[in-house]
Design a protein around this ligand. Structure first.
Ligand SMILES: [Zn+2]
Length: 380
């Protein structure tokens, strides 16, 4: 009886788990194509010059609690972030469990999530199970907490999502600028005692959706539709609990141990190469700022240095400056020449891109200072 109950519970919880994100699929594909084209035509040169191989994603954690036990500790959050980063860098301990036939398809997303300064927000809510509705959780006025600028920050909400929803990740193109992020129930965060989801992989799975991945079986319980990823075999349905290997449907050996299936945390081990490419592509189309961080391992957020990019250099007339994470501070911007003479000075708040006309500067070397960081540029 207990087994049947658990199975039933699991089935219900998973059928609801991703309900919110699964809307507007057809429209999505078109949106990707357009924004990608726009980005590459306008900023191609900039991208080629500055794109980093490791993508650093500035992350904000909103702990929205109703009961005291939902106000989980910083340690639990860091433990979860470690696991998230392991799974997105193919360094999770259990990756060796990938069956031999799929080992060559293991992908490394090369994505690291870093909590920004003051980026753990704790707030009591008076709405029980507020996480069920994204129309509440993303809005302070409805008892939730407003997301930080979703173009610049990945917003993760840790809050009660009710009995039947473990969490959900919203496709970047599915909702609005205000409703964009991931919501996970606090009981599934970090290493925990839950029977099925005890390793923090609910967030890994939902992050996959947030970065554009569909379920491996594409939700339809037949063999006609695919997730659009070349190296995940076509599969009829979801898998639950701890399936024995192998499992077959649609004439293939099914990759049920993929992070984008519904198996238990200790039975899912990897993203494929094509899935990781899709996630990187989603970053370049939806969150292009994140491509330009060159520092690894969250060092960006443990120092006061403000990353910025100057383009073109050398320059003849218009100097363009990109400051990807300016939105949480006021920044002084100045230019001086080699004698120390100041030729430009301005302070900016919440600006990610500014242009300065240097046409009238004489030829030579100049120093651009943004906050407490300087870079040299050449006027020709
Ligand atoms: Zn899902």
């Amino acid at each position: 009886m207990k087994t049947i109950y658990m199975l039933l519970f699991t089935t219900i919880s998973f059928s609801l788990k991703c309900q919110i994100i699964e809307t507007q699929k057809c429209k999505n594909e078109n949106n990707i194509a357009i924004s990608e084209q726009e980005l590459y035509s306008s900023d191609k040169e900039f991208q080629e010059k500055y794109r980093a191989s490791q993508i650093i994603i500035p992350t904000v954690i909103h702990v929205l609690w109703y009961t005291y036990d939902e106000n989980i500790t910083d340690e639990k959050i860091f433990e979860q972030l470690d696991e998230l980063n392991n799974c997105f860098n193919a360094t999770n301990n259990d990756i060796q469990n990938v069956p031999n036939e799929f080992k060559k398809r293991i992908g490394n997303a090369n994505i690291t999530f870093c909590i920004v300064p003051n980026g753990i927000i704790r707030k009591q809510t008076f709405v029980n199970e507020i996480g069920i509705k994204d129309s509440d959780v993303f809005f302070s006025n409805n008892g939730g907490d407003d997301a930080w600028n979703t173009d610049s920050f990945c917003n993760i909400y840790i809050t009660n999502t009710g009995k039947y929803i473990a969490g959900y990740g919203i496709y970047p193109w599915a909702k609005t600028k205000q409703v964009n992020g991931i919501v996970v129930h606090p009981k599934y965060i970090g290493i925990n005692t839950n029977t099925h989801f005890n390793l923090g992989r609910i967030l890994v799975h939902e992050m996959g959706h947030y970065l554009g991945l569909y379920h491996t079986w594409k939700d339809d319980n037949d063999c006609n539709t695919d997730d659009g990823i070349e190296d995940t075999p076509i599969q009829e349905h979801a898998y639950y609990n701890k399936p024995f290997y192998p499992q077959n449907s649609c004439g293939t050996s099914n990759m049920f141990m993929n992070f984008m299936d519904y198996v238990d945390d200790n039975s899912m081990y990897f993203f494929t190469q094509k899935q990781t490419e899709k996630m990187q592509k989603t970053v370049s189309t939806e969150y292009p700022n994140w491509l330009f961080n060159k520092l690894d391992n969250c060092a960006l957020y443990s120092s006061n240095k403000i990353p910025f990019y100057v383009f073109p250099n050398p320059v003849s007339d218009i100097l363009e400056i990109k400051i990807p994470y300016s939105s949480f501070r006021i920044i002084d911007i100045s230019i001086h020449d080699i004698t120390g003479k100041i030729l430009f000075m301005q302070n900016e708040n919440n600006v990610e891109k500014i242009k300065i006309n240097v046409q009238n500067f004489t030829k030579g070397i100049y120093f651009l200072t943004v906050g407490n960081t300087s870079q040299k540029f050449i006027k020709y």
